[in-house]
Design a protein around this ligand. Structure first.
Ligand SMILES: Nc1ncnc2c1ncn2[C@@H]1O[C@H](COP(=O)(O)OP(=O)(O)O)[C@@H](O)[C@H]1O
Ligand SMILES: [Mg+2]
Length: 402
């Protein structure tokens, strides 16, 4: 079960994405239609232009010439054309070449344009008297060329804008989440502090009283106080910049397990194996690390219905150098926590870290979200599901810096 709001959120994301694709698709299609139409119109215009050229050269009717010259030949102010007689360039129009070029330079450019025109359209042949011919080379107008590339440019701009918006949005959302986690944790630690210190006072009072000092109740009260102190310490560590220290990995892990072992069913067997020297250090904040191990192991116990084995294996990992970092990577170590429980289906492997995702009747779905947060943000390590098979078990891998 996922709390409904996250479900809705991913549906909204999908909807926005679909809409963006739709708009993009419509833009491309519509511009294509425009390009098509404009291209046909230019083709008709250039055909008329060629016909007029031929008419002007061949005709003896001089009365209409000024009119044709003005209305058709000079009216073409958009389509670039080059008229040649097969050997020389006779006339050019709308090429957009800069004025005052050196003759050699100008010739080179003309040749380039001519080649380009030849590549696009075959020239229109204009038959002349005396068995000679002119060739009319032409090209799409600048407007048409721009229109062809317009959708690409527009989409690139829109995509980069969307990307920027997304990054800014998720950054601010993450910052907000951080404030909520930190604020809540601080507040909790603070609120627990007062009753806790008065409990410590009561315990002291009982210890010194005639009536109660050798009663088991004092001992038990002491255990609960210890437990409350651990909880307070965890919350206050989440609520502040955590202090990481180089701790002995094996001992720290063993202590975390020893504490848990006494509090879960006897039918769960814990084992620690290590491929590393026993004095291997790792950068750890002990109260937070204990919390992570506890969350993962409690889930394992739930997944095994209180019967099975949990194996923790300390191992070396190869650290990949990240290409965007200049510094050499810090050496890292891993803890693989494997249970013999019911496993996680493949399509849910990432969901288990989403806050609110739980399959339990009385679950909150915060345990793994918190664990990942502690490892990723506070320890700059990584936490992920290394392996899981439905009906066989699951391995969580926890990577820490040394
Ligand atoms: N070791 C595991 N084996 C199988 N499923 C697991 C295991 N650990 C976590 N899960 C799944 O991930 C979910 C989320 O876990 P968690 O964030 O600790 O929340 P909660 O324990 O409150 O459900 C669990 O409900 C369970 O479905
Ligand atoms: Mg849990």
């Amino acid at each position: 079960m996922l709390l409904p709001f996250s479900d809705q959120k991913s549906r909204i994301k999908l909807l926005v994405l679909l809409m963006a694709l739709l708009i993009a698709g419509a833009t491309v299609l519509y511009t294509n239609v425009l390009v098509q139409r404009l291209s046909e119109r230019e083709q008709r215009q250039i055909d008329l232009y060629a016909k007029t050229q031929r008419y002007i050269i061949n005709t003896e009717d001089t009365k209409n010439l000024p009119f044709l010259q003005e209305q058709i030949i000079e009216a073409n102010t958009t389509i670039p054309v080059i008229l040649t007689n097969g050997e020389y360039i006779v006339d050019t129009k709308n090429l957009g070449l800069p004025p005052h070029l050196e003759p050699a330079d100008s010739l080179r450019r003309l040749q380039a344009v001519l080649l380009e025109m030849q590549r696009r359209h075959p020239p229109i042949v204009i038959e002349l008297p005396g068995n000679t011919r002119n060739y009319l080379f032409y090209q799409d107008s600048q407007l048409l060329r721009q229109l062809r590339t317009y959708p690409l440019a527009a989409l690139a701009v829109i995509a980069s804008l969307a990307m920027m918006a997304y990054i800014a949005f998720s950054y601010s959302r993450r910052a907000e989440q951080n404030r909520v986690w930190v604020g809540l944790a601080k507040e909790t630690a603070h609120q627990l502090g007062t009753p806790l210190s008065s409990l410590v006072g009561w315990q002291e009072y009982l210890r010194q009283s005639e009536r109660f000092h050798d009663e088991p109740i004092v001992e038990e009260l002491g255990k609960d106080i210890k437990r409350l102190e651990i909880i307070t310490e965890r919350f206050s560590n989440i609520g502040s910049v955590p202090v990481l220290k180089a701790e002995n990995l094996y001992l720290t892990t063993r202590n975390a397990i020893a504490y848990l072992e006494s509090r879960v069913s006897r039918k769960v067997k814990f084992t620690i194996e290590t491929d590393l020297p026993l004095d291997t250090p790792a950068c750890i904040n002990v109260p937070l690390f204990d919390w992570v191990v506890e969350n993962i192991c409690k889930n394992a116990v739930d997944a095994m219905d209180g019967r099975g084995s949990i194996t923790l294996r300390l191992r070396a990992v190869k650290t990949r150098r990240q290409w965007w970092r200049r510094r050499a990577p810090r050496p890292q170590v891993a803890i693989d926590i494997t249970d013999t429980g019911k496993g996680i289906p493949k399509n849910k492997l990432e969901n288990v870290f989403t806050p609110g995702y739980t399959t339990k009747k009385r679950g909150w779905g915060l345990g793994l979200a918190l664990a990942r947060r502690i490892i990723d943000n506070y320890h700059e390590g990584r936490l992920f599901v290394k392996w899981s098979e439905v009906g066989k078990g699951t391995t969580f891998r926890l990577i820490l810096n040394q």
